[in-house]
Design a protein around this ligand. Structure first.
Ligand code: F6R
Ligand code: MG
Ligand code: MG
Length: 407
């Protein structure tokens, strides 16, 4: 951020020292991991939550963190933290890594399922990238009032955020502000990652909307990483983009992504941020991470996938950030206006389940690449025999005119 961001050029230099923007920059980090399930892959044990709370409280007291909140969705623990160390900070990432070691220890003691599942490395090495835990981080200059929503998901993949981010920041049928609010009219820039080839691109929307949809409509590979307001010059949203299977080279559990969205005052209003989830769109995940199933918006108390390890769940925790403190959360999907989405999700689950192992319930073969699929392919490879060549037509060898139809 430049020196004069947020300051009028007429402010005398002496005063500029006092109100330097950099002093107010804060980072909101959500770092999450599945370190053991209670029961199976359905939830986090209360003792693990208590251990994570304890670690976060200590980190706040020692002033590593400004504030922290521990939450869970399914079998994933999320550490929601504010601090002044910026994104990708070694201090913050190593704190999260140590905390997940502690919750793994609790899971081992209780014999919980898949203890330490997402900790793919033996030792921490400076940054969580490629080590298993997922994270979404946003550094910003706190506005006079700073509403944010932390979304946590279970039993799905990072591309699950593509559809709602498109709706929030690019679809006027979802977000009235794109038409009505002068600060939103110019649109938003979407940063998109290609997870297979590890490269990224920016799409300037609405001008490049149709190009972007060609990519983000394929969420197993192309994932929206962040969204930026063209008018405010602010980052409005950030997601976790790690794909565990691409890190580990095999299926080790679904990624269960998280997302931060800032709201209001030239960004989508809170109701526009939540609106995409009124439709339970399908996502990849659910049983064995290998099925399409509806994404069900739920309260924290219902964030425990049950039927067919699903339907995949999403919770929305709303905070007001004030001087870096997390005022909240409000459990935003604990509201009757999302009852119909839950009902539709159950109907969609019935419909999809009846397909059993057939697509489109089961994911297409290319998305099963990191499951048992390659082993089956290898085992029966030599039993596949080329189809016989087509028989030679009876007319072969006769003069061309002999068999010609009369016209
Ligand atoms: C999906 C998920 C679960 C497991 C399933 C089998 O992300 O974690 O659906 O894949 O319960 O688990 P294992 O192989 O551990 O018995
Ligand atoms: Mg698990
Ligand atoms: Mg999980």
């Amino acid at each position: 951020m430049s020196m004069d961001d947020g300051l009028s050029p007429s402010i005398p230099p002496a005063l500029m020292v006092v109100v330097r923007v950099g002093d107010f920059m804060i980072t909101l980090s959500i770092i999450k991991a599945d370190t053991g399930g209670f029961v199976g892959h359905s939830a986090v044990h209360p003792d693990m939550m208590a251990a994570a709370h304890h670690a976060v409280d200590r980190a706040v007291r020692s002033e590593l963190l400004i504030d922290g909140h521990v939450a869970s969705c399914g079998d994933d623990v999320s550490l929601i933290m504010t601090h002044r160390y910026g994104v990708d900070s070694e201090l913050i990432h190593s704190f999260a890594w140590d905390t997940f070691q502690t919750t793994t220890g609790v899971a081992r003691e209780l014999g919980l399922y898949g203890a330490g599942q997402d900790l793919l490395s033996d030792a921490f090495s400076g940054n969580l990238r490629g080590m298993g835990p997922g994270y979404a981080e946003l550094e910003f200059d706190e506005r006079p009032s700073e509403p944010v929503v932390c979304f946590l998901a279970d039993k799905t993949e990072p591309g699950a955020w593509n559809y709602p981010l498109y709706k929030m920041f690019a679809d006027p049928f979802n977000t009235a502000g794109l038409v009505i609010d002068a600060k939103m009219h110019a649109g938003f820039v979407f940063e998109v990652y290609d997870l297979f080839e590890e490269k990224w691109i920016c799409f300037d929307c609405p001008a490049e909307l149709y190009d972007m949809l060609m990519y983000i409509g394929a969420p197993a590979r192309y994932v929206v990483h962040s969204v930026h307001s063209k008018t405010l010059g602010e980052t409005a949203a950030a997601t976790s983009t790690q794909r565990l299977s691409l890190i580990a080279g095999k299926y080790v559990g679904k990624d269960d992504p998280v997302m931060i969205v800032r709201a209001q005052s030239g960004l989508p209003a809170l109701g526009e941020v939540l609106e995409p989830f009124a439709f339970p769109f399908t996502v990849g995940g659910s049983m064995r991470g290998s099925h399409h199933a509806p994404f069900m918006p739920v309260s924290v108390g219902h964030a425990h996938p049950a039927r067919f390890d699903g339907p995949p769940r999403v919770v929305a925790l709303g905070f007001q950030i004030h001087d870096g403190r997390l005022v909240g959360p409000r459990d935003l999907f604990a509201d009757p206006s999302f009852d119909e989405a839950r009902h539709q999700a159950n109907l969609a689950m019935d419909y999809l389940r009846r397909h059993g192992p057939f697509e489109p319930h089961r994911l297409p073969l290319e998305d099963l690449e990191y499951t048992t699929m390659p082993q089956i392919q290898a085992r029966i490879a030599n039993r596949w025999t080329p189809l016989p060549s087509p028989p030679v037509p009876a007319t072969a060898g006769r003069p061309a005119s002999a068999g010609a139809a009369k016209s």
